[in-house]
Ligand binder design. Sequence first.
Ligand code: NIG
Ligand code: FE
Length: 402
Amino acid sequence: MLLTHATLATMTAQAGLDGYGLIPDAAVALEGDRIAWAGPMADLPDAWRALPELDCGGRLVTPGLIDCHTHAVFAGHRAVEFELRLKGASYEEIARAGGGILSTVTATRASSEDDLLARALPRIDQLIASGATTIEVKSGYGLSIADEVKMLRAARRIATARPVTVRTTHLAAHAVPPDYKGRAMAYIIDVAIPSLRAAQAEGLVDAVDAFCETIAFSTADLAPLFAQARALDLPVKLHAEQLTDQQGAAFAARHGALSVDHLEYLSPDGVAALAAAGTVAVILPGAFYTLRETQAPPIAALRAAGVPMAVATDLNPGSSPLASLTLAMNMACTLFRMTPEEALLGTTAHAARALGLTDRGRIAPGLRADLCLWDADHPAELSYRIGATALHTRIFGGRPDV
Ligand code: NIG
Ligand code: FE
C-alpha cells in the first residue's frame, strides 16, 4: 500500500526537520507489516509508485500511538468510591474499610480468565479508537500466584481478539493483601517471586513492575524481586514517587529500569539518576487529575536533564478511569505544561522506549507499519482538543481498520 499526500509527523530527529520530523505532502510505502519508504512525494522512488494508493488528502499521519502504562484487565468498578470521596471520605479511609485496590482484587479473584478478557475488550476498544496500536497491560489485582497468572493470560489473549500489540507486565507487587498485612517482605518472597517464576515459565511476562510507596512496598522489600527479574533476564519498571518521595526512581535506575512512572514527588537527585541511566519518565496525568493531586511532576527539570518523557493513560478502576490517549496528551499539556510535541513523542517514540521496543514509535523504513491518519493537519491538534476522537483511519501491521 502507498499512502500519498500525507502531512507526516515521523517523530524522527532529522536534519532540517522540526521536533515532529514533519514532512508536508509526503508518501509512505508499506510492504507487509513494515514501512518500506517514507519521504516527500517528490522524492518517491519509481519502485513504489505501482502500489495500491491511499490518498490521505493532506491529513496528518503519525506513528500508531502506544499506551505504555495500563491496568486494563480488572473486574468491577470503583464509581461508588469516587462518589464517597466527593462526599468527603479520604482515599485512605476507603482503603482501610476494604475499598481501594483491594476491592478490585476481590472482584478480580472472583472472575474467570474469560470473564476478565470480556471485560477488558471494551476498554481496549476505546484505547484503539483514540489511536492506540500497542498497549501495555499489567497484572496486580490478583495478588496470589494463580490469580496473577490468570490476569496475564487474559491480557495476552487481548491480542488474539483485537488488532493491537499487547505487552504484559507482571505487577504482583502492587498491594499487600490482607493475609500479609504488615508483612510486605514475606508477601514478596511467598507470592510475588513465585508468581513471577510461574508466569515467566508460561512465557507471559515482558517486564516486571512494582508500586514503591509507604502504603505498598519499600525499595528494601523490592530488592529481591528485582534480583529475580534480573536472573530471569526481564527488564524492570516502577510506580515511583506518586504520593511521597521514597527514592524509588533512583533505586529503579540502579537496576537499569526501562521506565519509572508517576513521579509527582521526584527529587532533583532522582532526576539526575534517571538521566544517567537513560530511564524513561512516564507521566500519568489521569491519576493526578482523579486524585486531585496538587504537586505536578518536575517536567522542567526532566526536560533540562534530557530525560525522555512518555505519556500514558494508567487506565485503572481507581486512580485513573481514563481510556483515551489523546485526552492523556491534552492533560499532560494543560496540567503539566508539557508541549504538544513532547506529548506526541510521549505516546510514540518515548512510549516505545519505555516498553523496550525498537521496532515502532517512529515512521522510518524497516519499522512496523502501525500508523494513524487523523482528521487534523497539524500534530498540535491531537493535544489541543479535549477528548476529541479525530482518528480517521488506523493502520495496524500494514492493515487499515475496516
Ligand atoms: O497506577 N499507583 C498504584 N496503582 C495504580 C492505581 C490502581 C488502583 O487504584 O486500582 C496507579 O495509579
Ligand atoms: Fe499504574
